[in-house]
Design a protein around this ligand. Structure first.
Ligand SMILES: [Zn+2]
Length: 199
């Protein structure tokens, strides 16, 4: 049996109501310090582990596709994402992001039809909708833990990846998706949940 020691478990994730989630975060000083790197690695490990059913059960962690440093009480501008873009051939995204800046946002807006969720939000907010730009361009430093390199990167994301990115990015500015939830939005949803929902 291999033992895995995770840096973060549910007890380490701060929840809605904690003022740190409302606090804008500071830039990460580069080159990244060993201390910050441990946090970033822990964030990435969390989202990867939480995509594996066996580990979710074993460690009682809640699945999440993204987690930002402030959610573990570290007020620095970094987050990790890990998911498959289910609307685009399951293209896999797994990234540790440092000091991101969204440099462009499409005028076109959309939203996740079932609403968003967050590891820091325990209440049920399903069917509440959060508007997001359909497409964004960002620049950031991206850390690769396989090669231990930190490289500047510019990327354009659209659809689901763009929504996940904006959700995490908002955390760095002390903004939660629950701060921008609506019952109805006069926008096209990212996708249609099912025929039954269209009636
Ligand atoms: Zn969140």
């Amino acid at each position: 049996m291999d033992m895995v020691i995770f840096m973060y478990l549910m007890k380490d994730i701060i929840r809605e109501g904690d003022p740190r989630l409302k606090t804008p975060c500071e830039e990460v000083k580069l080159p990244i310090s060993g201390e910050d790197l441990i946090v970033l690695k822990g964030l990435l490990e969390y989202v990867i582990a939480s995509s594996i059913d066996k580990l979710v059960e074993q460690y009682k962690i809640r699945p999440g596709v993204g987690i930002a440093a402030p959610q573990v009480g570290v007020l620095k501008r970094m987050f990790a994402i890990n998911f498959d873009d289910f609307l685009n051939n399951n293209k896999h995204y797994s990234m540790a992001i440092i000091n991101p800046v969204i440099t462009w946002r499409s005028k076109e807006m959309t939203y996740l039809p079932g609403g968003e969720g967050c590891l820091s939000v325990d209440r049920n907010t399903c069917d509440m909708l959060t508007p997001r730009n359909y497409k964004i361009t960002f620049k950031a430093h991206v850390y690769d833990f396989r090669t231990n390199t930190c490289k500047p990167k510019t990327m354009t994301l659209e659809g689901y990846p763009a929504i996940v990115f904006q959700h995490e990015y908002d955390h760095l500015d002390g903004i939660m998706y629950v701060d921008k939830m609506y019952k109805h939005l006069d926008l096209e949803p990212l996708y249609t949940i099912g025929d039954a929902d269209e009636e």
